[in-house]
Design a protein. Structure first.
Length: 234
């Protein structure tokens, strides 16, 4: 253990692991915020270019982007412990840009007003839940596992509804999905805090990028569904 701490101290320059954990968490929120900014700017630029929007829709490029998003997420999640810090950060930025392409269609369909309001609501809910997940002493793993199983159920229900569409079922799925991801924010924050501590002991790498990716996914899943819900209300 002393050897791990010495290696850690030499690399990060912090003798106190708790200080290192806080620094990692700052990195998590910093990279997540940067990713949201990149996605928002990319989306705005695409939404402002009618010709580009038309080309993307006409060529089914959104399907390619969707597949690319999945591939990048899986790659970062599976290989983060082997990647260099620079590579992990670069791929995370790539993922943020890909999501920005999706944001472009959302901005164009629902308008910046609805998207901005949904973003504000998502940010407030996210802030409350991530602070709770960070400061609480309660073990959220049991509740988190329930939300994770609920998420699997949502995926199955979504596929079923795609094959056998039913009136109002898609809307119900969106509401349930929002609730599930709100719950996951607290659990994921607690897990990321533990991951940050493991990195301080020299046991994992790129905790800030993995943490940022996890919370970014929670955020955008809530945001996208809130935009759809609010847009339909209008």
């Amino acid at each position: 253990m002393n050897g791990m701490n010495q290696e850690f101290n030499g690399y990060h320059g912090y003798a106190d692991p708790e200080v290192a954990v806080r620094k990692t968490m700052v990195g998590v929120y910093g990279w997540m915020t940067l990713a949201l900014i990149i996605s928002a700017v990319t989306g705005f630029l695409i939404a402002s270019n009618y010709n580009l929007l038309y080309t993307l829709a006409a060529t089914s490029a959104y399907w390619v982007v969707a597949i690319a998003e999945i591939v990048v997420v899986v790659m970062i999640s599976a290989r983060s412990h082997k990647m260099s810090s620079a590579a992990a950060k670069a791929w995370f930025v790539v993922y943020a840009i890909l999501n920005g392409v999706t944001f472009g269609s959302i901005f164009a369909i629902y308008g910046l007003g609805v998207a901005g309001y949904a973003f504000l609501v998502t940010a407030i809910v996210f802030a409350v839940m991530t602070v709770y997940g960070y400061v609480t002493k309660t073990d959220l793993s049991k509740i988190g596992n329930l939300f994770f199983m609920a998420l699997i159920g949502i995926l199955i229900a979504t596929v079923f509804n795609f094959i056998f569409p039913m009136p109002g079922f898609s809307r119900a799925i969106m509401y349930v999905t929002v609730v599930v991801f709100i719950g996951l924010i607290g659990w994921d924050t607690q897990k990321i805090k533990q991951l940050a501590y493991a990195e301080s002991q020299g046991l994992v790498r790129n905790a800030s990028i993995i943490g940022a990716l996890t919370l970014y996914l929670d955020f955008i899943n809530i945001f996208i569904r809130l935009v759809s819900i609010m847009g339909r209300d209008d």
